[in-house]
Design a protein around this ligand. Sequence first.
Ligand code: FAD
Length: 315
Amino acid sequence: MSEILVLVEQVEGEVKKVTLELLTLARTLGTPAAVWAGPGFTPEAKARLAEYGAEKIYVAASSDIVDYVVAPKAELLAQLATSADAVLVAATAEGKEIAGRLAIKTDSGVITDAVGLSEGFVADQSIFGGGINVHAKVRKGTPVIAVRPNSTAPVASAGAGAEEEVSVTLSDAAKATRVVERVKQEKGARPELTEAAIVVSGGRGVGSAENFSVIEGLADALGAAVGASRAATDAGWYPHQFQVGQTGKTVSPQLYIAAGISGAIQHRAGMQTAKTIVAINKDPEAPIFELADYGVVGDLHQVVPQLTEEVQKRK
Ligand code: FAD
């Protein structure tokens, strides 16, 4: 079977869920080989990657790889991609930048924001702000495919997890931008927005920063992440890092609840690949209802607390 490289996303040695999803996807198409970029590889990480099917784990432990911004990871993958059939990365901001750089280096093509992948590396992709769904295929070189988190449910199936050390010699160009400081973000109790299986988002209809507690209440009852429309973040009601959409984060959860959000194309661009969409809006003509699987026409200040109460009762 052919080898499919999966770039590992990790935080302080803990393998992120999206990597397990990519390994699961890779297993359906060939032999998954995980690529660990940077120091901090642990026996726990090795066990986790093997548990989800990594037959091989390439470990490039040089701190150079994480001391410079993005380019070293693309150079590492370019070195390994010569013998691979495809490269999968997470469609995060960094993953997509790596994918683009890698495709240039390997004279190949790149597909970003894939939400599915089938035989022959045909990717399901959502384009033009989510207006059109296409099947896309790279026709030249080793396909580089950035897959959205939550597109596939991770399923464990043991692989050999054979470790292989890799040394990489970085070009001067890859060392152009050095990381000078890393500031640790406070890790809240809620799941990370782009990785969450459930997202509850609020828009201008929420009405104020204080009212966002209604959105947070439902999110906490469901174990969900909180998102916001740009109208809400621009108004200063919720921090910008939680903005969903074209100029915010792209999410692809199992369930997306949009409360007081009209459904502008720029918002849809960041959430329309969610498996199930629920919209709560007092305007029956709001465009979000065209996209929603379930819609509630009503005042979110009445509907959301009732929903929260109902969820809590059923726990
Ligand atoms: P509105 O469009 O004002 O909608 C508010 C909705 O709330 C209405 O449908 C209303 O009926 C409903 N409502 C009001 N009160 C209640 C209530 N009590 N109960 C229930 N419903 C209620 N937007 C993003 O979200 N993300 C982006 O990344 C993004 N990027 C952009 C990039 C560019 C280049 C541009 C030009 C725009 C971008 N926008 C983005 C902005 C986007 O066009 C919309 O303006 C924005 O999404 C609107 O946010 P909203 O739906 O919260 O507000």
